[in-house]
Structure formats: C-alpha cells, structure tokens
Ligand binder design. Sequence first.
Ligand SMILES: [Zn+2]
Length: 185
Amino acid sequence: MDPLRRILSVAIALIITVLPAASAEAADPEITAESPYMQVAIEEALEGIANGDGGPFGSAIVKDGVIVGQGHNRVLKDNDPTCHGEVAAIRDACAKLGTYDLTGCVIYTTGEPCPMCLFACKWANLETVYYGCTIDDNAIIGFRDEEFDALAGGRDQLADYLICVDRDACLQLFQRYSEMAHELY
Ligand SMILES: [Zn+2]
C-alpha cells in the first residue's frame, strides 16, 4: 500500500471509530424520558447548558404527533431575559407554521413554566402544557419563579392545563446542571 493510500485508510478508520462516539454523546442516552417529545425537550436543554446559553430549560411543540417547533433557554447567550425555552419554542413553531395561533398544539417543557411563559402559552393558544420538573424543583436549582407566581395570584385554577410528565428524567437534567459550573440569573 502506498503511503498516501495508507494515510487515507487510517483517516477513514479514525472517522468511523470517532463519529459514533461523538454522536452518542450529543444524543445523551443517559437521560431517557418516556415521552419522545419530552426527550426532544431534554436534548434541547442539554444542548443549551453545554453551550452556556442559559438554564436547563428546553421545550418542544407538538401538533398531530409531529414536532413543529423546539428551543431552549438563551437568556445568557442573547442577553434576553424573555428568551426562556417555551418562548423560544413558540417563536420557532410560529415561524415554521407561518402563524401566531398555535391552536391544536401542545408543548412539552423540562420545567413547569414561569408566569411569563405560562401566559405566553395561553396567548399562543397552546392546548396543554406538559412539564417535567415542578416550580418547587426550579427553586431548588436557584430559579425564582415563585416570586413572580405570587404576583400573578397562584396557579391552582390551572390544574387541568398544567400536567406533570417525565419528572424523573427532567430531575436528572437539573441534577446535571447543578453539578456544572454555571452563571445564575
Ligand atoms: Zn419562562
């Protein structure tokens, strides 16, 4: 085998060995949600915290069983205190569908929405919010939703609108975030 060909074959072998490991890391098989939609929300959040974009909050919007929008918290990256995961996903879905009205869609989000996102979901006409970690879980990792919740008068009357799913998987996500060095806002 001539030297050039040998180098080429070594390079190809390297790519074949390294690539699956790299993509497995990106997909993060260690955190597995039961809902495939929550899985996408978790993967959004993992991408966000790996990049230092913001907190561990990712969201996916689903219409007729198909994900039509997704996003994660980019408060730090964009210096935008309103760019929470739910808002990012609503913007993405609306842009892709070419509408401001997400009637017929539901949202999956790694943390119970803050008051701003809760009302953004209402403004967007999202039909149900499926969240992983609760408002109390958000507080454990340092987020101050409760402070704003008190201003909005509590959320007891929204019990049918806010449904908890995959809390264990989302708690693993929060755990991972709390172990990382990160900026809190
Ligand atoms: Zn929010």
